[in-house]
Design a protein around this ligand. Structure first.
Ligand code: GDP
Ligand code: IMO
Ligand code: MG
Length: 433
């Protein structure tokens, strides 16, 4: 095994950052695929916290190549801020960073449109609840073949022409959404700032797909880091309440320009319960004191926007769908410790719709609203020792829960996480083995 994909199995924030940091120990290159600064991946080492947004979560391991795939949408200013913060900690100083030259660029008008659209639709109760980072508008421009790429940031004439043409087309949309048209001076500053950022990024930009292919050809271990989660996938998630990229494992191949035959293992990350930020269906959501308790104990507040995350029971029907969509070989189960104080824990094992039993959630927006989750229940188990390093260190109830989830998922666990810190982990299988 040498090429492993880590993918979120729910609606994001499953703990991908922690798992990628752990797996990077065995990898030589870590490649972030999909999305942009809508992601926030948290790493905790000896109590010290770091949140990555664009840079792969392998960054704390010196000497490992950190690649931003061509399928990402990159805000150059966010990236430069993140790089500066990491370099101030003595990281990313030795040519570790590589930014795909064909990745698309988020410019201020993408953020403007994202915010205007959210406000416009919020008035009708139809906002997506995006992170307002310009993700959707940047992917729209890419699909419309009007997008600006990282390689364009060092071509002043080309960039000016592209931005002018884009704003020409977008001007009526901005007006329709009730926005203020940017002034000529503002646009000129956007372009100057983008060119300055492009100049600073120049040493890091290159042919990411080729470099990753070379690592794979040399049989070096390569780790792909997903952002968001399977249920936020543009094609297979709870559309339209999704992000604008391909978040499932196939997205890694597409983003990095790597063929699917090169992938050896896919590891899905799931919490021991479920959360979601933003709008959209969430059939197992808890609107009661138990939901509050999960949010409080699990510290469920967005790493990017600080928004409270919606909390609910684990949805095994949705998780099985995630396993299927990404061909997951196994799972990493995180945040088991958060459930410790509950008298009972429930898990959705399927759905009923119009008297018919379903083993995966219906994805039509009206059907998913009407479908009734079917729950299994488990007795609570009390505190989990933070120094648990083996399944036998867990209370009996917790062990039964882990075994039940594994059985219902139909794939084995690579690890069980019992706390945010790197060390608070029960390692079960090595994905590179
Ligand atoms: P990501 O976007 O998938 O990387 O996840 P986030 O970083 O947005 O959210 C996961 C949060 O849970 C972070 O604050 C992590 O530090 C934390 N976390 C990860 N694993 C565990 C765990 O096993 N137990 C607890 N209590 N927290 C965890
Ligand atoms: P990580 O990688 C959780 C959600 C937003 C919104 C929807 C669309 O940290 O798991 P967007 O800004 O992408 O257009 O928003 O997707 N979303 C996430 N939710 N974790 C994330 O990333 C997310 N990235 C986007 O809240 O509902
Ligand atoms: Mg996150």
């Amino acid at each position: 095994m040498s090429v492993v994909i880590v993918v979120g199995a729910q609606w994001g924030d499953e703990g991908k950052g922690k798992v990628v940091d752990l797996f990077t120990e065995r990898a030589e290159a870590v490649v972030r695929y999909g999305g942009g600064a809508n992601a926030g991946h948290t790493l905790v080492i000896n109590g010290q916290k770091l949140v990555t947004r664009l840079v792969p979560s392998g960054v704390l391991h010196p000497g490992k190549r950190c690649v931003l795939g061509d399928g990402m949408v990159i805000d150059p200013h966010s990236l430069l801020d993140e790089v500066a913060q990491l370099q101030a900690r003595g990281l990313l100083s030795n040519g570790e960073l590589l930014v795909g030259q064909d990745a698309h660029v988020i410019l201020p008008y993408h953020r403007l449109l994202d915010g205007l659209r959210e406000d416009f639709h919020a008035a009708k109760g139809k906002a997506i609840g995006t992170t307002r980072r310009g993700i959707g508008p940047a992917y729209e421009a890419k699909a419309a073949r009007r997008g600006v790429r990282v390689r364009d940031l060092v071509r002043p004439e080309r960039l000016r022409e592209m931005v002018a043409a884009n704003l020409d087309e977008l001007s009526p949309v901005i007006a329709h959404l009730g926005g203020t048209q940017p002034s000529a001076a503002e646009v000129a500053k956007w372009i100057d700032d983008a060119l300055a950022a492009g100049d600073k990024l120049r040493p890091y930009v290159g042919d990411a797909s080729r470099v990753v292919a070379d690592y794979i050809a040399l049989r070096k271990h390569v780790l792909f880091e997903g952002a968001q989660g399977s249920l936020l996938d543009i094609d297979h998630g709870t559309y339209p309440y999704v992000t604008s990229s391909s978040t499932i494992a196939a997205g890694a191949c597409q983003s990095a320009g790597v063929g699917p035959t090169k992938i050896d293992a896919v590891v899905g990350i799931t919490k021991a319960y479920a959360t979601r930020v933003g709008g959209g269906p969430f059939p197992t959501e808890l609107h009661d004191a138990t939901g509050e308790a999960l949010r409080k104990v699990g510290q469920e507040f967005g790493a990017v926007t600080g928004r409270p995350r919606r909390c609910g029971w684990l949805d095994m029907a949705a998780l099985r769908m995630g396993v299927r969509l990404s061909g997951m070989d196994g799972l990493a189960l995180t945040k088991l410790d958060v459930l410790c104080d509950l008298p009972e824990v429930k898990v959705c094992v399927g759905y009923k719709l119009d008297g018919v039993e379903l083993d995966e959630p219906p994805l039509d927006p009206e059907d998913i609203d009407r479908a009734e989750p079917v729950f299994a229940r488990y007795d609570g188990w009390g505190p989990i020792p933070r120094d648990a390093r083996d399944l036998s260190d867990l209370p009996v109830g917790a062990r039964h829960y882990v075994e039940a989830i594994e059985r219902l998922a139909g794939v084995p666990f690579y690890l069980v996480s019992v706390g945010p810190d790197r060390d608070e982990t029960i390692a079960l299988r090595d994905p590179f083995a």
